[in-house]
Design a protein around this ligand. Structure first.
Ligand SMILES: Nc1nc2c(ncn2[C@@H]2O[C@H](COP(=O)(O)OP(=O)(O)OP(=O)(O)O)[C@@H](O)[C@H]2O)c(=O)[nH]1
Ligand SMILES: [Zn+2]
Length: 198
């Protein structure tokens, strides 16, 4: 169960980050001794460790914990997996949904492991394209399915709160391997993820 983030923080990392957060607060003109801010460096340090816990996780190990031999060879789709990540350019959140499909090749995987793999790669500094690719390749390499597809739809705070300040634009990225490279299979997946069935 190495992938479960325990609320245990490395003291040296926490101390190092706290020092830096103190500098940031001073840098923006905050009074670091006022009551509301006093503990903020420690809180922010722990929050940042939580949000980047994916660096310590391994997607392959997670998938292998629940791969079961099974002859089912139709498409399996897990859609609307919520994700929270941070862009590597501004360290601001981007968030949205991931949709994953695979076609088994002798093995199925525990359904919860797919959202866990999303978190492994989302809980780091990312760009949406690489996040999509990381998830795709992890599933492809570990499960060797007949096909795998990943679509991510997300909004980026760095485009909303600052910069171009566009509130209504969303970004879609996708990746397809194996049988999903065929247009009919890809279309079936895209149709399934656009249905409202919950
Ligand atoms: N391709 C891609 N770009 C991203 C992602 N997240 C943020 N960005 C972009 O990264 C770019 C960084 O561009 P720079 O010109 O170096 O940074 P900047 O001056 O802050 O740019 P603006 O955001 O346009 O103000 C921006 O265009 C962001 O919109 C992502 O996941 N994928
Ligand atoms: Zn950004």
């Amino acid at each position: 169960m190495a992938y479960k983030f325990k609320e245990e923080y490395n003291i040296e990392v926490t101390d190092g980050l706290q020092e830096n957060y103190r500098n940031i607060l001073e840098g923006i003109g905050e009074d670091i001794s006022r009551e509301g801010i006093e503990k903020t460096p420690e809180r922010a340090s722990k929050a940042m460790q939580f949000l980047t816990q994916g660096y310590k996780m391994d997607g392959e190990t997670i998938l292998k914990e629940a791969m079961f031999r099974e002859s089912y060879d139709e498409m399996v789709v897990v859609k609307d997996i919520e994700l929270y990540s941070m862009c590597e350019h501004h360290m601001l959140p981007f968030f949205g949904k991931a949709h994953i499909a695979y076609i088994p090749n002798g093995h199925i995987v525990g359904l919860s492991k797919l959202p866990r793999v999303v978190d492994v790669f989302a809980r780091r500094l990312q760009v949406q394209e690489r996040l999509t690719h990381d998830i795709l390749e992890c599933i492809n390499k570990t499960m060797k399915p007949k096909g795998v597809a990943v679509v991510i739809e997300a909004v980026h705070m760095c485009m909303m709160m600052r910069g171009v300040q566009k509130q209504n634009s969303a970004t879609t990225t996708s990746g397809f391997r194996g049988q999903f490279e065929k247009i009919e299979t890809r279309n079936e997946f895209l149709k399934l993820i656009s249905s409202n069935l919950k």
